[in-house]
Design a protein around this ligand. Structure first.
Ligand code: 5GP
Ligand code: ZN
Length: 115
């Protein structure tokens, strides 16, 4: 989608600090981290929100979930981490390209949430 920030990151038109990339997904550090570890995992396909995910998206959603643990551990989150998916207006979603926030660090994160 041409006016989507995350599609532009996928296309390399906007730079990002990549954590992982394959043919289906991309992971990159959040530009405004709210925890010592804060990166995003996105599908390369433009899926606006979790509520828009279709049955055909199940494989990529599964890969995003499986890679969450793998990449979090690679980032040093050996004692746990938080995953957040904000969906739509009520979920305070800011960028309308589906993404999983991965949040971690040394200390328990309490109730802090990415807006
Ligand atoms: P949301 O509120 O939609 O769940 O979160 C969107 C996230 O994307 C925010 O944490 C925000 O800091 C991050 N973000 C927005 N624009 C950019 C960008 O251009 N580059 C990167 N790396 N992160 C971004
Ligand atoms: Zn997009």
């Amino acid at each position: 989608m041409s006016d989507c920030i995350f599609c532009k990151i996928v296309a390399g038109e906007i730079p990002s600090r990549k954590v992982y990339e394959d043919e289906d997904i991309l992971a990159f550090h959040d530009i405004n981290p709210v925890a010592p570890v804060h990166f995003l995992i996105i599908p390369k396909k433009h899926i606006p929100t979790l509520a828009d995910a279709a049955p055909e998206d199940i494989p990529v959603l599964g890969k995003m979930m499986q890679m969450a643990g793998t990449l979090a551990k690679q980032a040093g989150c050996n004692d746990g981490f938080r995953t957040v998916i904000n969906t739509g207006r009520v979920g305070c979603q800011e960028v309308y390209h589906l993404h999983i926030h991965i949040l971690g660090g040394d200390k328990p994160l309490g109730m802090m949430l990415p807006r």
